[in-house]
Ligand binder design. Structure first.
Ligand SMILES: Cc1cc2nc3c(=O)[nH]c(=O)nc-3n(C[C@H](O)[C@H](O)[C@H](O)COP(=O)(O)OP(=O)(O)OC[C@H]3O[C@@H](n4cnc5c(N)ncnc54)[C@H](O)[C@@H]3O)c2cc1C
Length: 370
C-alpha cells in the first residue's frame, strides 16, 4: 500500500474546513489543514451573524435541512465539552404585516418536518409579553436557536485536530493537486517554504475561493465547477441598550434570511445582514444605508433610534445563484460527481454553514467512507 505524508489534506481553515479536519482526525487519520491566510478563520467564518440556527426553513430532503439540525445539536454539545461561549437565547420569527402570518404557518410546518424541537406559534400579545419592545402580528418561537463565539469554536476545533496529532498550517496556500496512479494526490503548497506532499484524501473547504480551489485539481471536470456569485450583506450596531434578549427575524427574503436582530455575546444589539450582489470581495459598509435599515427595523421595533445605529461590518455569501434564480442547496461533490476517488469538494457553503459545520465534517467523512 502506498505511503502518504498525510492521510487527509483539507484546504481552508474556516469553520467548515476545521470541522472536516476534526471529523477525519477523530477517525485516527493523520490530517493537515492548509490555510492561505496567516490566521485561521478569517474568511466567511469571521464575517457572519454567529447565529446557531434551529433549522426551520430549509426544504425537506436538502443537505441544509438535514445537516443544520444535526449540526446544531452537535455544536451545543461540542461547546459544552470545550467551554466555548454561547447563548441559547431562542428566536422569534415575527410577522411584520398581516400577510406574513400565513408565511409563519408554512415555516412552522417546515420546521416540524425538519424535526426542529420545541417550536411554538404565538399570538402577537404572547410574543410582546416575551419581548415588550416588539411590534408584530404574530410570531413563532424557536427555543433552540442561539448565538455562538465562532472564533472560540474554531480555536477549539484547531486544538482538537492538534491533540489528535494533526496540523493546521497557516500562510500556506493550496496551489494544486495531481491524482496519483493507484490512488491519492500529490499536493503543491505555497508560502514561504513551498512544499509538495502526498495524501490519500483531499477535501476542499475554501469558502469564497471554492471554485478556484477545484480548478487547481488536475482532472476535475471544468464543466462541473459551478459559477460563483457573491451575495454581500452589511450590519449596523446599536449604540445603547439592546432592546430584546432573543433573536428577532422577520420571514426570509428571496435568497437569504435577511436582516435580523441579535444581541451579541458582548450584550450589544446588531442588525443585518441585508442582501445585494457584488462582483468583488469588498467589505466596505455604506453609512448611507442607515435610513433603509431603520425603516426595515421599525417594522418590528417601532422605537428604533436611527441616530444610534452605527455602520459595522460586512460579510459576503459564497452563492451558487444570481439575484433572480431560486436559492439552491449546498454542493458537496464526491467521486460520483467529478470522478476522482478520495476527493470531496464543497461549493456554495453559505448559511447555515457555521451551525452545520460539525455535521458537514461527518458528511465528508461518510462520503470518503472512512
Ligand atoms: C453575512 C453572513 C452571515 C451569516 N450568518 C450565519 C449565521 O448566523 N449562522 C450560520 O450558521 N451561518 C452563517 N453564515 C454562513 C457561514 O458563515 C458560512 O457558511 C461558514 O462560515 C463557511 O465556512 P467555510 O469554512 O466554508 O468558509 P471560510 O470561513 O471562508 O473558510 C475558507 C477558508 O479557506 C481559505 N482558503 C481559500 N482558498 C485557499 C487556498 N487556495 N489555500 C488555502 N486556503 C484557502 C480561506 O482563506 C478561508 O480561511 C453567514 C454568512 C454570511 C456571509
Amino acid at each position: 500500500m502506498a505511503e502518504f505524508d498525510f492521510e487527509a489534506v483539507v484546504v481552508g481553515a474556516g469553520a467548515v474546513g476545521l470541522a472536516c479536519g476534526y471529523a477525519l482526525a477523530r477517525r485516527d487519520l493523520s490530517v493537515a489543514v492548509l490555510e492561505k491566510e496567516a490566521v485561521i478563520g478569517q474568511g466567511v467564518s469571521s464575517r457572519n451573524s454567529e447565529v446557531i440556527h434551529g433549522g426551520l426553513y430549509y426544504p425537506t430532503g436538502s443537505l441544509k435541512a438535514r445537516l443544520c439540525v444535526r449540526g446544531r445539536r452537535a455544536l451545543y454539545a461540542f461547546c459544552d465539552a470545550h467551554k466555548v461561549n454561547y447563548d441559547r437565547c431562542g428566536k422569534l420569527v415575527v410577522a411584520t404585516s398581516p400577510d406574513d402570518v400565513e408565511r409563519l404557518e408554512a415555516i412552522l410546518e417546515q420546521a416540524r418536518t425538519n424535526d426542529v424541537e420545541g417550536m411554538a406559534q404565538l399570538t402577537a400579545a404572547q410574543a410582546i409579553a416575551m419581548e415588550p419592545e416588539l411590534a408584530c402580528y404574530g410570531a413563532l418561537h424557536s427555543p433552540q436557536s442561539g448565538v455562538l463565539d465562532s472564533h472560540g469554536y474554531m480555536l477549539a476545533l484547531e486544538g482538537e485536530i492538534q491533540a489528535h496529532g494533526g496540523a493546521v498550517v497557516t500562510s500556506t496556500p493550496f496551489e494544486g493537486a495531481t491524482p496519483l496512479d493507484g490512488g491519492g494526490f500529490s499536493i503543491r503548497a505555497g508560502g514561504e517554504e513551498p512544499a509538495t506532499l502526498t495524501c490519500r484524501y483531499l477535501v476542499t473547504a475554501a469558502g469564497l475561493f471554492a471554485q478556484d480551489a477545484a480548478a487547481l485539481i488536475e482532472g476535475f471536470p471544468k464543466a462541473e465547477i459551478p459559477k460563483a456569485f457573491y451575495g454581500k450583506g452589511i450590519y449596523f450596531r446599536l449604540m445603547g441598550k439592546a432592546p430584546f434578549s432573543r433573536l428577532i427575524y422577520p420571514p426570509p427574503i428571496h435568497g437569504a434570511l435577511g436582516t435580523h436582530y441579535r444581541r451579541d455575546l458582548g450584550g450589544q444589539a446588531v442588525f443585518g445582514p441585508n442582501l445585494f450582489w457584488v462582483d468583488e470581495l469588498d467589505y466596505s459598509v455604506d453609512p448611507d444605508a442607515r435610513a433603509a435599515f431603520t425603516d426595515y427595523i421599525r417594522k418590528f421595533w417601532p422605537a428604533v433610534p436611527e441616530e444610534h445605529l452605527s455602520p459595522d461590518y460586512a460579510g459576503i455569501r459564497p452563492k451558487l445563484h444570481g439575484p433572480d434564480d431560486p436559492q439552491p442547496d449546498w454542493r458537496i461533490d464526491d467521486a460520483t460527481a467529478h470522478g476522482l476517488p478520495g476527493l470531496v469538494a464543497m461549493f456554495g457553503i453559505e448559511s447555515p454553514g457555521l451551525t452545520s459545520s460539525l455535521a458537514l465534517g461527518e458528511e465528508i467523512a461518510a462520503r470518503l467512507e472512512v
